[in-house]
Design a protein around this ligand. Structure first.
Ligand code: SF4
Ligand code: MG
Length: 332
């Protein structure tokens, strides 16, 4: 069953720079459908619109970010709700209880001068109705135990914990109200490899024990290969390929996806891996046609003029590329 979807979602930053209007098309016509019980990955280089998309899905956007078109739809108790047609109060109710967010850095949610337990109490109190501080504390303790984290962390200040433990606390906080959907934005970025693995493992365990949905954004293709069920590749504000993770890694069709996968270092491989030439375009000044065409070794005339639509070429495997559409063979 579907739990969340977007319909032609467009979220731009509208900036006024010395009286000149600048439009940054960070999310441009995105259609995704996310299922119950899956780990859905979103990959792509930094600056491609991943975090903007997450904020739009979480319905927590602030100016200059705006929703300029399309919809975000949540399915709650069998009913579909159009998130941006709700009142602020109704949206607030859904946030954290239906959908929650694990931000990139733990310090944006943990107050350095407040003990972890106080953060939990305040959080639970302000997002539930009729819970006393005592009950909130019990709930926090129960949850920390369930996640297998040491109970003593509740008595600590954030700086007394390691980076990895702080990130686990952030995940615990984001999941304490049992949300159906958990959005995680580069949850492992600032951590060393071993710690990364532990944090990813925790997310996986939460997903399998609670049967909820995780939307995991990371530029790290290795993490996607290990954790996600399906993956969407984003480039310049658009989804350019999407499918089962296994299938995408075995049979990538978009030239950009191929670069992302073939640039992954392999164990024992000393040869140079090939990453995409050039750099991503400015989202405020996109090239015409396929945004990837200035970097694409297979670009032909049509690519420079027409935007390729995201189309399903194999069951559950969507690609936005004229080369695929025209059945030309991309030697890679
Ligand atoms: Fe390359 Fe053209 Fe496909 Fe874009 S549409 S990825 S430029 S072949
Ligand atoms: Mg980001």
């Amino acid at each position: 069953m579907e739990v969340l979807r977007t319909e032609n979602l467009k979220s731009y930053y509208i900036l006024d720079i010395f009286g000149k209007k600048r439009v940054v098309k960070a999310v441009d016509d995105v259609n995704i459908s996310i299922m119950e019980n899956e780990i859905y990955g979103i990959a792509g280089e930094s600056g491609c619109g991943k975090s903007t998309l997450l904020r739009a899905l979480f319905a927590a956007i602030e100016p200059p970010q705006r929703i300029v078109g399309g919809k975000v739809l949540y399915r709650e108790n069998g009913k579909e709700v159009d998130v941006y047609s709700l009142s602020d109060e109704e949206r607030r109710r859904l946030r954290w209880s239906f959908i929650s967010y694990v931000p990139q850095g733990s310090m944006s949610v943990l107050n350095p001068v407040v003990k972890i337990k106080e953060t939990f109490k305040d959080f639970i109190e302000s997002h539930t109705t009729g819970k006393t501080k005592e009950e909130a504390y019990e709930m926090a303790k129960e949850h920390i135990k369930e996640l297998g984290l040491p109970i003593e962390i509740l008595n600590a200040y954030p700086h007394q914990l390691s980076g990895g433990m702080r990130q686990r606390v952030t995940i615990a906080l984001a999941t304490v109200l049992s949300p159906k959907v958990i959005i995680a934005d580069e949850p492992t970025t600032a951590l060393d490899v071993v710690t990364q693995r532990g944090v990813v493992q925790l997310l996986k365990e939460i997903q399998s024990s609670r049967q909820n949905t995780i939307i995991l954004v990371t530029h790290d293709m290795g993490v996607h290969a290990n954790v996600t069920d399906r993956i969407a590749i984003m480039y310049a504000g658009k989804i350019i390929e999407e499918g089962k993770t296994e299938e995408i890694f075995e049979n990538p069709m978009h030239p950009y996806t191929k670069y992302l996968i073939y640039s992954l270092p392999k164990f024992g491989d000393k040869g140079r891996r090939e990453s995409a030439p050039g750099s991503p375009p400015s989202l405020a000044d996109l090239p015409p046609g396929c945004s990837f065409h200035p970097r694409c070794p297979h670009a032909f005339d049509r690519c420079k003029k027409e935007v390729p639509p995201l189309k399903e070429y194999l069951p559950g495997h969507r690609v936005a590329c004229w080369l695929v559409e025209e059945g030309k063979n991309a030697a890679s």
